[in-house]
Design a protein around this ligand. Structure first.
Ligand code: HEC
Length: 147
């Protein structure tokens, strides 16, 4: 192989690697959240999806509710992996509960079961507080970090 061919291959492999590296920080990817910045972005997305979910349930916009529930499930899978890598059992459990609640919301919305949807929304909401009390530190108004 000519040196410049080898060189071009190494370069293009590097580009692919760099692109994959960037995509890992997107919530819902197969690779866990890499650092606190990724984590914070994921939580901001959780908050957005949570609001969309509640509004769409209230206004009976099923398609939007299903989309938000599915997205929450994906983000919380990343969150679960993050805490597994830190061996924080309570946070792993909170993330698993959030995944289960998001799945229940999807199922009950699809089944037009209002009572079950309300119950699942409540259990989703309780996971936020459980994990935040133990693992979120408030540095200033609207500024948090992991503890
Ligand atoms: C498994 C633990 C866990 C669960 C469950 C969880 N959070 Fe969080 N959340 C955290 C931690 C830790 C932080 C602090 C880290 C940060 O903000 O960088 C945080 C931060 C946040 C922030 C601030 C983000 C920022 O950086 O400005 C919001 C908003 C938020 N969470 C919303 C929610 C909502 C809404 C839910 C429930 C639907 C939820 N979270 C469930 C652990 C969790």
């Amino acid at each position: 192989m000519k040196w410049w061919v080898a060189c071009a291959m190494v370069l293009s492999a590097g580009v692919v690697f760099a692109q994959e590296g960037r995509s890992t920080s997107a919530p819902g990817s197969k690779v866990p959240l890499a650092d606190e910045e990724d984590y914070s972005a994921a939580m901001k997305d959780v908050a957005v999806q949570n609001t969309v979910l509640r509004k769409s349930v209230a206004s009976s916009s099923e398609a939007d509710a299903l989309k938000a529930a599915a997205r929450l499930e994906l983000i919380f899978k990343d969150v679960q992996a993050y805490w597994e890598s830190r061996k924080a059992e309570d946070a792993v459990t909170a993330a698993k509960n959030a995944i289960a609640a998001a799945q229940n919301i999807g199922r009950s919305v699809a089944a037009h079961d209002t009572a079950a949807t309300t119950a699942a929304l409540q259990s989703l909401g309780s996971t936020c507080g459980a994990c935040h009390t133990a693992h979120r530190e408030r540095l200033a108004f609207d500024f948090y970090r992991i503890k």
